[in-house]
Design a protein around this ligand. Structure first.
Ligand code: GSH
Length: 216
């Protein structure tokens, strides 16, 4: 059965692969699972039919027969559990890969989201200029810790896994692009992820949607 995912009909990131369907597409490409995409507008995302799939009215969602999922991390984990290649066979290594997924969507993401929120809602506030360096320093704490752990390894825990899909996806966010450059091994890690053929196929697929929407 071919799974169906949802993605933006017209992505605000202008095809840069920053929307969360990117991680889902990437996982599907890594395991060689074909998929269909249902494109939704911002209005459609908030309508009952979509909210039945996604309580928060967002993308991505994932449908496979009777199963409907939301949350990119949960979807990626489901794909990894259904197919080989994204989770190690060894039980302990598998648990560690899942741990890295949580690190990406929680511990490392939290200060990044704080900065993004400030950029979006506090730019005109008198405290913004003072607060921004503090938010950047909190990101630096996490990236520096992540950089120390990664060292000169290719991936977070030996083999490439779901943890790397979620972490590379997070580190690609524009809000941290200049801070990321301070950690050459993390920049190289992201580049390594983006160089994977499956990433490129996923990226091209979401870009094709944006180009079609812009020229159609
Ligand atoms: N934690 C969710 C976040 C989903 C999310 O933020 N989706 C964004 C696109 S990347 C969205 O649908 N934004 C539109 C909105 O919230 O109205 C996940 O990882 O799937």
């Amino acid at each position: 059965m071919t799974p169906i995912i949802t993605a933006f009909r017209q992505s605000p990131d202008r095809g840069r692969g920053l929307a969360r369907d990117m991680q889902v597409r990437w996982a599907l490409e890594e395991v060689g699972q074909p998929y269909d995409v249902r494109l939704v507008s911002f209005r459609e995302m908030k309508e009952p039919a979509h909210r039945a799939l996604h309580p928060f009215g967002q993308i991505p969602t994932y449908e496979e027969g009777d199963l409907a999922l939301f949350e990119s991390g949960a979807i990626v984990l489901h794909i990894a559990e259904r197919h080989g290649g994204l989770l190690p066979d060894d039980a302990n290594a598998r648990a560690r890969a899942i741990t890295w997924m949580f690190a990406a969507v929680d511990t490392v993401k939290a200060p990044i989201v704080d900065r993004e929120a400030a950029m979006l809602t506090e730019r005109d506030k008198p405290w913004y200029a003072q607060r921004l360096p503090m938010l950047d320093d909190r990101i630096r704490v996490r990236l520096s810790e992540l950089s120390s752990r990664l060292g000169d390894a290719d991936w977070l825990d030996d083999e490439f896994s779901v943890g790397d899909i979620m972490m590379v996806g997070l580190l690609r966010r524009p809000a941290i692009s200049s801070i990321l450059e301070e950690y050459p091994n993390l920049s190289a890690y992201v580049t390594r992820g983006e160089a994977r053929p499956a990433f490129k196929r996923a990226f091209d697929a979401q870009l094709a949607v944006f180009i079609a929407a812009s020229t159609g």
